[in-house]
Design a binder for this molecule. Structure first.
Ligand code: PMP
Length: 410
């Protein structure tokens, strides 16, 4: 099958990512581990270096020029995030260390309101980051953790999910797009069902924010979280979006500088959101990097970029469908550019290592989704995940390397 021609020019994009020029085991790097972390364009790398060279200082409390410039750069990043996801204002954006920290922050706050017998609803396809904090909240409070199951094609079973939401449900925490199966959930429907029963909704947007344009206002969840490093930004920075009402009602999490209003020997009063949730010196340079990543994404044809990823996905799924000895996981319609697979009789770690010898980087393991592995009846899978810079030629190299590995392993 000949690769389709899309109007999208990946080569121009590739030139913006210096790491893509390197070789691995003497072969051109084919980086298909984007769901774990994406590579960084020069614009992000140089924005961070430039900030450190020219305007670096601590933020918020300073009166000198550099402190003001750094504060401006940090707050500009917050504003960029707000515009990027359609938030009502920058005050709705809490900058965290990553999605994991954002979910822990919300779970810890919600725990203070939970009572024994209250219910938290998550699903079988969650990343551990959206499981463990809720397990811990349930353990601390006596709340009950309930699990929405998946359909055979790897989407959420919406009928069963709907039946699991009751007046006792206090939180529904669901991944917008599965990091293993790529399935995209009908999040507006989930929000409507949860809100009808008075439950809050947290959406884990780690993958969702990368593969489609997000409008948190239209989605209507109380909380939407994601990490910078999967969207071409740096590690160490992530986002908690909360509606003004949801953030106002959330108690402080970590204590320290910046999250307070007044501290005396007798008492503390707390700052308003988002600062109430940002104790201590934040990841200043990383926030600048996240802002640069958003600028970079917005300088691209985003609709074209998403269509290109979708075309890569369809091409790969078609090529692998029905190949003897290759099993695909996650075939739900509308899924994003992630392909989970196994080679019959081979451990995915061996598959990943053989692919690496051909320069192809894929991930193998449980992908921090052990309950999902159990639901799929496996302990691990291999996973190829695409990005804006992935080309059809790379997919062909991946398919050829996989065919070679399969012949070797079968
Ligand atoms: N949720 C999903 C769906 C993810 O893919 C990931 C990262 N693999 C996370 C949560 C956790 O993100 P981080 O490690 O950046 O906090």
């Amino acid at each position: 099958m000949a690769p389709p021609v899309t109007p999208f020019n990946s080569q121009v994009i590739r030139d913006a990512f210096p790491i893509l020029g390197r070789r691995v085991h003497g072969k051109p790097l084919v980086y298909l581990d984007n769901a774990a972390s994406a590579q960084k364009p020069e614009a992000v790398i140089s924005a961070m270096a430039q900030f450190q060279r020219t305007s670096y200082a601590n933020v918020h409390r300073g009166l000198h020029t550099l402190a003001n410039e750094a504060t401006q750069a940090f707050e500009d990043a917050r504003t960029k995030v707000a515009h990027f996801i359609g938030a009502g204002s920058a005050e709705e954006i809490v900058l965290t260390k990553g999605a994991t920290e954002a979910i822990n922050l919300v779970a810890a706050g919600i725990s203070q309101r939970l009572e024994p017998g209250d219910e938290i609803l998550i699903s079988e396809l969650e990343h551990h980051a959206n499981i463990v904090p809720w397990h811990m909240a349930a353990q601390r409070t006596g709340a009950i953790l309930k699990w929405a199951p998946i359909t055979p094609d790897g989407a959420l079973d919406m009928d069963k999910l709907s039946a699991l939401i009751t007046p006792r449900t206090k939180m529904v925490a669901i991944s917008h797009m599965s990091n293993v199966l790529g399935s995209v959930q009908d999040v507006t429907a989930i929000v409507a069902m949860a809100h009808a029963q008075g439950a809050l909704v947290l959406l884990d947007g780690c993958q969702g924010v990368v593969h489609q344009s997000i409008d948190v206002h239209a989605i209507g969840a109380d909380f939407y979280v994601f990490s910078g490093h999967k969207m071409y930004g740096p590690t160490g920075i992530g986002v908690l979006h909360g509606t003004p009402a949801a953030l106002d009602a959330l108690p402080p999490w970590q204590g320290g500088g910046e999250m307070i209003e007044i501290v005396s020997k007798e008492r503390i009063t707390y700052n308003v959101p988002p600062f109430r949730f940002e104790a201590g010196t934040p990841a200043i340079t990383e926030a600048v990097g996240l802002g640069a990543a958003i600028d970079w994404i917005q300088s691209q044809d985003q609709a074209g970029l998403h269509a290109h990823e979708q075309a890569l996905l369809n091409y790969t799924m078609e090529a692998l469908h029905g190949v003897n000895g290759v099993r695909l996981y996650g075939t739900a319609p509308g899924k994003g550019a992630i392909v989970a697979f196994n080679v019959d009789g081979a451990h995915p770690h061996d598959v990943a290592q053989l692919l690496d010898r051909s320069g192809v980087a894929v991930r193998a393991g449980h992908h921090c989704a052990q309950p999902l592995m159990t639901a799929l009846g496996v302990t691990a899978t291999a996973r190829a995940s695409f990005a804006a810079y992935t080309t059809f030629e790379e997919v062909d190299l991946f398919l050829a390397a996989l065919a070679k590995a399969r012949n070797f392993l079968l």
